[in-house]
Design a protein around this ligand. Structure first.
Ligand code: ADP
Ligand code: MG
Length: 736
């Protein structure tokens, strides 16, 4: 049954003042159908008093060296079209009570001519400069039209003015800044008061939030800055809260509905195993192991994320967990993102298991490798082994998810480099009727806000320490002109036993992108710079057998240099490969570069990562220390490639890199969120809003802890909103 208020709010926008059928149709195209939709069409920004100046002040700032963004409110005094070096130019002269300034445009002149009319008032925003005649001048600034009254109130009463994105669908029905503000103002004045609260009262009180009506009003037309902040804070909280409710439901679903195996840990096996390792575990590895062990002993299934920077030694930790499962008579699975990595894991683990049984005269733990391209007979035997529990440890790629693999007694699943796997795949594992313990491992350091949200249903263990023998990798940025010298260096270093990777972005020459191709350069380098040393090639188009062979030969030092595409990006462990040269480095993402760099520096020798780019500008900029922390979002955009490279040179810590990566990608494009089954974030900024997420998480988890099925009366509002807004995300988080 719909309440009266709901009826009004759910009515069409068409009947609002100055909308009508044409504009209603346009609103519909951008997803605004009802009055309520319109009330939640929030401003993209507000005119901010703190950076608003008059033209005289702005001029004085500028001649004193200020170079940032600012806003001036002024009236159009004059406009003219000029010719400048054969090109047209449009100039508007703006005037306020202290003086005048100019705005110029080189493009879209027709449009701007129609927008700027004498006497109109605009808020002009941008980075001004001084013109040839020493006038204050904005080039292609942002501008927003405001009324005389708004300008008066803004300048004299501190009222804040909202600005909305106006998509072209609206523009063609003549909706501009002023008219949209008027329409929304009308809706807010008359209908915002009818909105129903979307959070339980207790949550609002506990977290010191303002109510929904107040929040909507002040998001649009804030009484003052504090009110605006409270409105923004409320919507951020609400968004984080519902996200965390979903996370809590997901986690609850996993933990409570499913029973797992309670394993017994016999310390003797682990002690024996540790003794055959050529190194001792780091404190971090030991701490993580004890967390995993505790989980495995519990009858509730483990669901744990193991984070550790590239090279921190996650594999050995996972292997020990697998041994615990096997020791209890269960099978363990290790899933890798690529075939060569699966192959490498299988070889290393088989070797370790052999020596374990030889040294201690115990039964050999059987390792089975399952890959897509295997011969039918081999594969059939492997599948049979698995079914009959003849295989203790099964290693494969994520194709394992799809295969008709029937485990006799599956106790533990380890997923290596989890950021490659979607939540859906994880869910499919869980859905197989059995509930094994799960460890997902990731070298991509996941910022805390993400482990609380997207990965929030997992418990987290972190290896935050590198094995002691490591030197930090030297990272250099070079232009292509330096390549001959780098090649010579690679040949030289061979005498000290160094092997090198040379990485190219693509397999075959692509005319479109003009990127380098491994095959072409392999052929060329073999004839020139590297004619006296041995050269290998690996790329994605090769069969896995051919890839395996190339990796084996490289490991056995039959190749000095391996020419490769990004197939070697993840996990590959060749201790003597200590130089990696990455071509067209500016094309790679930051976390990808960090992964690639992680291929070297896996022994006690000094390792080098050389990032080569054909863009001399980037090469120069990258080496020149950009003060990354102080770049604005716009500057970051501009210098993205240079910033990526200089971040690599500056930071070796994967967490720093991830933070930078997040900053560069912006909150809209967070890795993992698209495939995570979570709703898109509108208000929360995953970089800045840690505190809000922490308190929203606490509230949500407390609530689900007390009322896991959302049956209490006062929680019906949550149930209603989840169904209304987040039904897509419910797939993995069932409610009663
Ligand atoms: P990642 O965490 O990137 O998966 P790996 O598990 O591949 O790292 O380990 C990287 C290398 O470090 C391997 O050669 C591994 O044998 C070695 N290693 C692991 N733990 C230690 C340790 N505690 N001391 C020294 N070397 C270690
Ligand atoms: Mg690894």
């Amino acid at each position: 049954m719909k309440s009266e208020a709901d009826k009004i709010l759910c009515g069409p926008v068409q009947y609002l003042k100055s909308v009508g059928p044409k504009r209603a149709e346009a609103f519909k195209k951008i997803g605004i159908i009802t009055v309520k939709d319109l009330l939640f069409y929030f401003p993209s920004r507000h005119l901010d008093r703190t950076t608003t100046l008059n033209s005289l002040k702005a001029f004085n700032y500028l001649i004193n060296g200020y170079a940032g963004e600012l806003t001036i409110i002024a009236k159009v005094a004059d406009k003219e079209k000029l010719r400048f070096r054969k090109k047209e130019l449009f100039k508007v002269q703006m005037r306020d009570s202290t003086g005048f300034f100019e705005c110029i445009w080189f493009q879209g002149i027709k449009y701007f001519e129609s927008v700027f009319n004498e006497g109109d008032i605009f808020a002009i925003s941008g980075k001004p400069a001084l013109s040839k005649y020493n006038n204050l001048q904005f080039t292609h600034p942002d501008f927003d039209k405001i009324t005389e009254e708004e300008s008066y109130n803004f300048l004299n009463t501190g009222k804040i003015i909202p600005f909305y994105r106006i998509p072209k669908e609206l523009k063609i029905t003549n909706v501009g800044d002023l008219s949209l503000r008027r329409i929304i103002n009308f809706a807010v004045e008359n209908y915002a008061g009818h909105l129903e609260e979307t959070l339980p009262e207790e949550i609002i009180i506990q977290n010191n939030l303002i109510g929904i009506c107040d929040a909507v009003r002040n998001f649009h037309f804030p009484l003052n800055k504090e009110k605006l902040q409270s409105a923004v804070a409320r919507f951020k909280f609400e968004e984080a809260f519902y996200l965390e409710i979903l996370v809590a439901l997901r986690k609850n679903n996993y933990k409570s509905k499913l029973t797992g195996n309670a394993l017994k840990v016999k310390t003797s096996l682990i002690h024996d195993f540790l003794k055959i390792l050529p190194f001792g575990l780091t404190d971090s590895q030991l701490k993580v192991l004890s967390e995993i062990r505790k989980d495995m002993e519990e009858p509730v299934p483990m669901n744990r994320l193991l984070q550790g920077d590239v090279g921190s030694g996650k594999t050995i930790v996972a292997l020990i967990a697998m041994l615990i499962a096997v020791d209890n008579g269960y099978q363990a699975v290790l899933m890798a993102p690529t075939e060569i990595l699966a192959d490498q894991h299988a070889k290393n683990i088989t070797k370790l298991m052999k020596s374990l049984s030889e040294v201690y005269k115990i039964r050999e733990i059987r390792v089975s490798l399952l890959l897509g391209g295997q011969k039918k007979s081999v594969k059939e035997k492997n599948l049979k082994d698995i079914e009959l529990n003849e295989a203790d440890i099964v290693i494969g790629t994520h194709a394992l998810f799809e295969e008709q693999v029937r485990f006799k007694k599956l106790g533990l699943v380890v997923v290596d480099e989890q950021h490659r796997f979607g939540v859906a795949q994880r869910a499919s594992l869980i859905g197989k009727g059995i509930t094994p313990d799960v460890i997902v491992m990731s070298a991509t350091p996941i910022p805390r806000t993400l482990t609380m949200t997207v990965y929030g249903d997992l418990d987290v263990s972190v290896i935050n320490e590198m094995p002691k023998n490591r030197k930090s990798i030297k990272t250099l940025i070079r232009g292509e002109g330096n390549l001959p010298d780098i090649y010579k260096y690679i040949v030289d270093k061979r005498k000290e036993g160094y092997q090198s990777y040379i990485v190219y972005p693509l397999v075959e020459e692509s005319e479109k992108l003009e990127l380098k191709a491994a095959q072409t350069y392999y052929d060329e380098l073999k004839k020139t710079y590297f004619k006296n040393i041995s050269l290998g090639l690996i790329h994605g188009r090769m069969s896995w057998q051919a890839k395996e062979e190339a990796m084996m030969l490289f490991l056995a030092k039959k190749f000095d240099v391996l020419i490769a595409t990004t197939v070697i990006e993840v996990g590959i462990d060749i201790p003597d490969a200590n130089i990696i040269l990455i071509n067209d480095a500016h094309r790679f993402g930051l976390s990808q570069l960090h992964q690639l760099r992680g291929r070297v520096g896996r022994s006690s020798k000094q390792a080098y990562c050389i990032l080569v780019t054909k863009d001399e500008y980037i090469a120069k900029r990258g080496n020149y220390e950009l003060n990354l922390e102080y770049l604005s979002q716009t500057q970051l955009e501009k210098y993205k490639s240079a910033v990526r490279l200089s971040s690599m040179a500056k930071y070796s810590d994967g967490f720093k890199i991830a933070e930078m990566d997040l900053k560069l990608r912006g909150p809209g494009d967070i890795f993992g969120t698209q495939q995570s089954g979570f709703p898109e974030l509108k208000h929360i900024n995953l970089i800045e809003d840690v505190d809000i997420i922490v308190s929203a998480k606490k509230s949500a988890f407390d609530l689900i802890g007390k009322d896991p099925r959302l049956i209490e009366n006062f929680n019906q509002v949550i149930r209603k909103n989840i169904i209304e807004r987040y039904s897509n995300s419910l797939r993995y988080a069932k409610i009663a």
